[in-house]
Design a protein around this ligand. Sequence first.
Ligand SMILES: [Zn+2]
Length: 382
Amino acid sequence: MNKSIVNQQSIKQFNTNKILKLLTSTEMISRAELAKQTGLNKATVSKITDELLNENLIIDLGYGMSSGGRKPKLLKFNPDAKYIVGIKIGGSDIYFTVMNMKLEDVFTQRIERKNNDTGIIAEMLRDSFNHAIKKLKIHTKDIIEVAVAVPATVDIKGMIIHAPNLGWKNIDLAEEFKDVFEGIPINIFNEANAGALGALNHVNNPENKNLVYVSAGIGIGTGIIISGNLYRGKMGLAGEFGHNVIVENGRQCHCGRKGCWETYASEQAFYDSLERKGLTMERNITRVLEELENNNAIALEAINELSAYMNTGLENVARALSPDYIIIGNKLRHLKDYLNICDEIQGTKILFADKDSHATIEGMGFVITRKYLYRDRYTVNS
Ligand SMILES: [Zn+2]
C-alpha cells in the first residue's frame, strides 16, 4: 500500500475515533454538535456517521428539539451493536457473562466448578453459551470475541504455561474451547492482568496512569499498567510479585522457592494460618467474616498477621514501580474492614477494588471494545 493511502486511512481512523469517543460518552448528539465539538467539517462528520449507521454502531433517533431554526437529527451510540463473552475461571467456580459494548452485563451465570478437566469445563461453557444465545436472541456473528481469564501464567501467544491451582500446565485453552464457541476468536487472559485493565477503566485519564492490580485470591497475581497500557514483559509473564520472597527460607511455594509473598498473604495462606492456630472451618470468606464479626480471637490474630504480610508485599511493589495506585482485588478485598493496610506508600495510593469477578470481566471487555471501536494499539492478549 502506498504511503498516501496509509496516511488517508489513519487520518480517517483518527477522525472516526474522535466521533466515536464523543458518541460513547454522551447520551445523544446531533451531527452539528459533533462537528462543533470535534472541529471537523460537517461533510466529514456526515460521511463518518453514515458509515457508523451502516455498521449499526450508532442509531438515528430522529428529530430532536430545536433551539430555533431546523430541528437537528439526534444520534446515539448503540451499545447492543455487538457483544463480548467474558469468562472467569476461579478456584471453585466459573463466572460466565455476556456484555454489550458499554460493558453492561446482559447475561450472567455462576457455575460451580468441581472438576479441573478442560473437556468437562468446555461442556459446562457450551450449556451456558447456548442458553445465553437463546435468551438474548442473538447470533454468534453478533459476538466479537470470547475472553477467558485464568489464574495462570499466560504467555504472549495465549498459551497457559502454569495454573497451579487448577493443575494445568502447557495448555492451549483457546484450542480446547474452539468448538464450543463456533469459530468466534478466543482470547486467554491472565486473571490479574484482566483485573488491572478493569481497574484502569475506573480511573481518570487512564492513558496517563500507572497502576498495579493485586489479585489476592487462592494465590497472588499482579497486573501492571504503565502509561495506560498493560506491561507484559518479554515473554508475557511479567508481574509475578506473588513470588517475591518476603521471608527468607520461609514456607515452601509451588513455584519451587521458599517464602514467596503468596504463601503468606493469599486467601489460601490465610485459611492455612487459621487452621494452624486451631480454627478449623469451611474455607470461604463469608465464614471468615462471621468469625471476625463475632470477635473470634484466633481470626483477629490471623488477620493482624495477614495485614502485616500484605503491607510488606505492597511496599515491595510500591518501591519497585512507584505507580499512581495499587488496587487490591479478588477474594481478600472482602476483608477490607478488618485488614489494616497502609493507605499510601511513598506517594502510591493503596485502594480496594469495588467488585472482584467483575473487575476482571470488565477489563477484558474494555480491551476488546477499544480494539473493535478504535482499532487502537492496546495490548490485546492477556
Ligand atoms: Zn512462589
